[in-house]
Design a protein around this ligand. Structure first.
Ligand code: 13P
Length: 250
């Protein structure tokens, strides 16, 4: 059986004070979260602080992005090996905000996925359609295209050593959660597509749902056959809400 993973994506939020309080609140309740795997992804600069605060915890941490390059004259970039130096386990790649606001396309996302793996990080590959694409009935085409770019570069085996996050863009930060069935349908499509290439990979890979997950809707989402946890934005900034989501997976 696949374990439930709940990962918090803090996005561009927090201060030294607020993240210290947030981590203190989360670690105070972590013993009640059962077998749920938990991770938090702070802004880059706070990763060393979070690493210290989580030293005695089961909670892992990761980055929200990673450079496609390993080293050199690439101003402003942060390499995977640097993130490993500070104990990161995960790196989110291809979040829809990076794709839409920073024009990161499928091929670039695939190179970031590869760079994360070169450094020993587990990529959390985000895929998902916009509202317009859903209304056009091309959700599956979009998600397949986003996955294919990575599979073409890195091979299907690499997907088995990563995490996939299905995040419908229309559900992110909008309070509009996909219904459990809507999410399950896309998760099943993703797993089915992967199974067509390698059944063992499809059986093993954790596919998270992201988009307005809260304590109140996590249980029914995580109960679906192909939903293996969540990638949490807004609700991950509140220790009580985040713990409630973690408990839903326990
Ligand atoms: P919200 O949970 O705020 O909708 O954000 C989801 C998300 O983008 C996580 O990566």
């Amino acid at each position: 059986m696949r374990q439930i993973l709940v990962a918090g994506n803090w996005k561009l939020n927090g201060s030294l004070d607020s993240i210290t309080q947030l981590i203190t609140g989360i670690t105070a309740g972590e013993d009640d979260t059962g077998k749920t795997q938990i991770a938090v992804c702070p802004p880059f600069v706070y990763i060393p602080v979070v690493a210290d605060l989580l030293a005695d915890s089961k909670i892992a941490w990761g980055s929200q992005d990673v450079s496609d390059r390993d080293a050199g004259a690439f101003t402003g970039e942060v390499a995977g090996a640097m993130l490993r130096d500070f104990g990161c386990t995960y790196a989110i790649v291809g979040h829809s905000e990076r794709r839409s606001l920073y024009a990161e396309d499928d091929a670039f996302t695939a190179r970031k996925f590869a760079a994360a793996r070169r450094a020993g990080l587990t990529p959390i590959l985000c895929v998902g359609e916009t509202l317009e694409e859903r209304e056009q009935g091309i959700t599956e085409d979009v998600v397949a295209r986003q996955l294919d770019a990575v599979i073409k570069l890195e091979g299907i085996g690499a997907i088995g050593e990563s995490v996939i996050a299905y995040e419908p863009v229309w559900a992110i930060g909008t309070g509009k959660t996909a219904s459990p069935q809507q999410a399950q349908d896309v998760h099943a499509f993703i797993r089915g597509k992967l199974a067509g290439l390698d059944k063992a990979v499809a059986d093993k890979v954790q596919i998270l749902y992201g988009g307005s997950v809260k304590g109140a809707n996590a249980t029914e989402l995580f109960a679906m056959a192909d939903i293996d946890g969540g990638l949490i934005g807004g609700a991950s900034l509140d220790a009580g809400e985040f713990l409630a989501i973690c408990k839903a997976g326990g």
